[in-house]
Design a protein around this ligand. Structure first.
Ligand code: GTP
Ligand code: MG
Length: 205
């Protein structure tokens, strides 16, 4: 199988197709392929990271307006697997019912158990992990999904604060030593290789 990392090494443009924006599980693509999902607080850089991952400027929509992604956005990579841009959480200005809907959709998605899946949990380097981050991680663990922790926007933070932040993340989220942990910056283009490697390893399993 032709994985993305090999394409990248060969300097070949990644073949990627936008498939669908699903408002619920029934709206997921008919064809079952492994799914690599990106989850995190609104504005933490999910869509930017997907674009950086794919080396495409505007595959996933990027917004300065938090909370814009409300759907499960599917991108098919190399006819091989899906990247799924999930709606962000923790946006202060949403109603209780919107929040509730979000929780329901994400929980359904993680616990469906009917499709092979792994998840990147994104944390913005500028902020301490929140209760929502903890809750999301707990769901991933309970659903027994393979996951990795991705710190985003590391270009925004000084080295000293970064080191402190990494420590904080590991402690607050009680990450085990073998949880994959990937510092990244979509803007400064840092950390892509580690993400590709992790996905390749999962797909080879
Ligand atoms: P929602 O879909 O609204 O939940 O947001 P998102 O998590 O998809 O975040 P998005 O990629 O839209 O990025 C939010 C803002 O952060 C945008 O203004 C991006 O340009 C900026 N941003 C994303 N990644 C980085 C990064 O690595 N470094 C810097 N400096 N800015 C970033
Ligand atoms: Mg987005």
């Amino acid at each position: 199988m032709a994985f993305l990392r090999q394409q990248v090494e060969a300097g070949v443009e990644v073949e990627v197709k936008f498939i669908t924006s699903a408002p619920n599980l029934a709206g997921r693509p008919e064809e079952i392929l492994p799914e690599i999902a990106f989850i995190g607080r609104s504005n933490c850089g999910k869509s930017s990271l997907i674009n950086y991952y794919l080396d495409r400027r505007s595959m996933a929509k990027i917004s300065g307006k938090p909370g814009k992604t409300r759907l499960l956005n599917y991108f098919e990579v190399e006819e091989n697997y899906y990247l799924v841009d999930l709606p962000g959480y923790g946006f202060a200005r949403v109603s209780k019912s919107t929040r509730h809907q979000w929780q329901k959709l994400i929980r359904q998605y993680f616990f469906a158990g009917d499709r092979p899946m792994a998840v990147f949990l994104l944390l913005d380097a500028r902020h301490k992990p929140t209760e929502d981050d903890k809750k999301t991680l707990k769901w991933l663990q309970d659903a027994e999904l393979p996951y990795s922790v991705v710190v985003t926007k590391i270009d925004k933070v000084s080295k000293n604060i970064l080191i402190e932040r990494y420590r904080e993340i590991v402690t607050t989220l009680q990450l085990s030593k073998n949880t994959p942990f990937f510092p990244t910056s979509s803007t400064a283009k840092i950390g892509r290789e580690n993400l590709l490697q992790w996905v390749d390893a999962l797909l080879e399993e």
